[in-house]
Ligand binder design. Structure first.
Ligand code: SAH
Length: 204
């Protein structure tokens, strides 16, 4: 895939992340008008007015998450399912949540067709996390909030990592890496990004 070649030449050296991305065909996650652009390093529109993230940002976020093979990962913002599919090749178990039922159904169908068996997708407001399945080793948000949601910070295990875009929806946001320690949280700002907003409640 063209963008994998570009990622390497741009200095992405995390071979585990590159290998996981190699296993996932982005073309399977984009239907309709934009499918012929699936292999470009660009965000693209998907159903429900949402977007599939730019592959180089997916690579950066996945590398920052530093997923270990035994990890239980929570993703908020299933969207097309592309990011979850990449995580599924790095983690033991992936739980992914989206507020749009239609997106969750479509993503489940692709996971099944691609024989990915370690992802469970839920329709819910992900700001509340998945209390019954907590704690999580890693949490990733692919929609921006003004602050890291409290329930998600609570559902991260000590030593766990959360990666998320933080900021107002209509401005440039900052990609933040949060490490939960015995005594609190360490915050690390990675770079400016632009994501769709984390919204309350379920989508129509
Ligand atoms: N990770 C996706 C990109 C997602 S775009 C991919 O790989 O394609 C962001 C997604 O976050 C959208 O699908 C949107 O519906 C979802 N979202 C926004 N607010 C949410 C919330 N409170 N709970 C769950 N999902 C939410």
């Amino acid at each position: 895939m063209q963008f994998l070649f570009n990622l390497r030449s741009q200095g992405m050296t995390d071979t585990r992340v590159l290998n996981a991305m190699e296993k996932v065909d982005r073309g399977q996650y984009i239907r309709g008008t934009f499918s012929d652009r699936a292999y470009e390093d660009t965000p693209l529109p998907i159903a429900c007015g949402q977007t599939i993230s730019q592959p180089s940002i997916v690579a950066l976020m996945t590398a920052a998450l530093d997923v270990q093979p035994r990890d239980k990962v929570l993703e908020i913002g299933t969207g097309s399912g592309y990011q979850a599919a990449i995580l599924s090749h790095l983690a033991r178990r992936v739980y992914t949540v989206d507020r749009h039922r239609k997106l969750v159904r479509a993503a489940r169908a692709i996971f099944e067709a691609e024989n990915i068996a370690n992802i469970t997708a839920f329709t819910a407001d992900g700001s509340w996390g998945l209390e019954q399945l907590a704690p999580f080793d890693r949490i990733i948000l692919t929609a921006a909030s003004e602050d890291p949601p409290g329930p998600l910070l609570a559902q991260l295990r000590i030593g766990g990592i959360m990666v998320l875009p933080v900021g107002q929806s209509d401005t440039v946001q900052t990609l933040v890496k949060v490490l939960k320690t015995e005594s609190g949280f360490d915050y690390n700002e990675l770079r400016p990004v632009r994501f769709v907003p984390l919204l309350e409640g379920l989508g129509k």
